[in-house]
Design a binder for this molecule. Structure first.
Ligand SMILES: [Zn+2]
Length: 78
């Protein structure tokens, strides 16, 4: 996997984020793969072998979570 560094991370999100509404760089989620609180601004982008640009967990490549694994942090409040 090759890491890609978008010049404008918010613009990249608006183009590639798979859901609506598009999240903001200031939003915070919990990655269900590494269970860590992540800031959207810290996301990484990797180009998969099929050319797909994956928005990944800030802890990638140690964590294999992608944007679809980010859950609202309040879901984890007990
Ligand atoms: Zn993660």
């Amino acid at each position: 996997m090759e890491e890609v560094h978008p010049k404008d991370k918010q613009a990249f999100l608006e183009e590639h984020y798979p859901f609506t509404p598009v999240v903001k760089l200031t939003d915070v989620f919990v990655c269900i793969h590494c269970r860590e609180v992540i800031r959207v601004a810290d996301y990484k982008v990797f180009r998969w072998s099929n050319g797909f640009l994956a928005i990944c967990c800030p802890n990638a490549p140690a964590c294999d979570g992608t944007v679809i694994d980010w859950m609202p942090s309040d879901m984890f409040d007990q």
